[in-house]
Design a protein around this ligand. Structure first.
Ligand code: SF4
Ligand code: SF4
Length: 239
């Protein structure tokens, strides 16, 4: 039986704390079994060739012409773009960074990459569990799966955090008290009080992890994204 051809994956880091590219390196053996991986952590990469997937980590610095141009070039050359990690997908704490420091004082404004290019899937997390990237790629290959719907849904939201979890789930009476959000929070910004989570605002780094781990919020995100896609389809049909 002929062996299935592996897709080519570019892992490209735009900067930040480097936790996301390092987390991908941790699953490199598993990832390289299902794809050919090209990453600056492993050697030089060619931005002028085509890739099946581009996995982007780190926020886009809107003042950096080089980064913005590289990101646009990658989008043009890649069939599927995945924003990996909170900075690339929902901005995270870097959205609130003032920047302006040496050695690049001109770098001031950071944003999720969807501000510059179309993103197909977004995986929030600081860093995300890298196995989710493998699961997502397997779902894309199969053309179905929960992660496909969830991470496509997240790509429509430029910001997601514990504040949204409070507003959309807890204060709306949708919380079932399962505690998944609390277990997923990397900074212990959520605590259980009388069987419902409560946010400690100063501890929340706006990573968005709790929103995708919450069974109620993730369903809400998927439902809203489907409504959004439907309305977009109707609008383009009407034109
Ligand atoms: S509450 Fe925790 S998991 Fe949720 S966005 Fe804030 S830091 Fe991230
Ligand atoms: S994960 Fe969602 S449903 Fe579960 S405790 Fe947290 S807010 Fe409530």
């Amino acid at each position: 039986m002929a062996q299935e051809e592996k897709p080519d994956i570019l892992v490209y880091d735009l900067g930040g704390c480097e936790g996301c590219p390092l987390s991908i390196l941790r699953v490199y053996p598993q990832l390289s079994r299902i794809a050919n991986v090209y990453s600056r952590c492993l050697g030089p990469v060619d931005l002028n060739r085509e890739y099946d997937y581009a996995v982007i980590t780190g926020p886009i610095c809107l003042n950096s012409v080089e980064h913005v141009e590289n990101l646009k070039k990658i989008r043009k050359k890649s069939k599927i773009v995945i924003a990996y990690g909170s900075c690339a997908s929902v901005g995270g704490i870097i959205l609130y960074a003032r920047g302006g420091q040496e050695p690049r004082p001109e770098h001031r404004i950071y944003a999720p990459i969807s501000r510059v290019v179309k993103v197909d899937y977004s995986i929030p997390g600081c860093p995300p569990a890298p196995q989710m990237l493998i699961s997502l790629i397997n779902c894309i290959k199969r053309g179905k799966g929960y992660f496909l719907d969830l991470f496509r849904a997240v790509s429509y939201f430029p910001k997601l955090s514990g504040f949204d979890l409070m507003d959309e789930v807890v204060l709306n009476g949708l919380c079932v008290g399962c505690g998944a959000c609390i277990l997923s929070c990397p900074t212990n910004a959520l605590q259980m009080i009388e069987n419902r989570p409560d946010l400690i605002p100063e501890k929340c780094i706006r990573c968005g992890t709790c929103t995708v781990r919450c069974p109620r919020f993730s369903q809400l995100l998927i439902r809203r994204s489907k409504l959004f896609e439907k309305s977009r389809l109707l609008t383009s049909f009407e034109r």
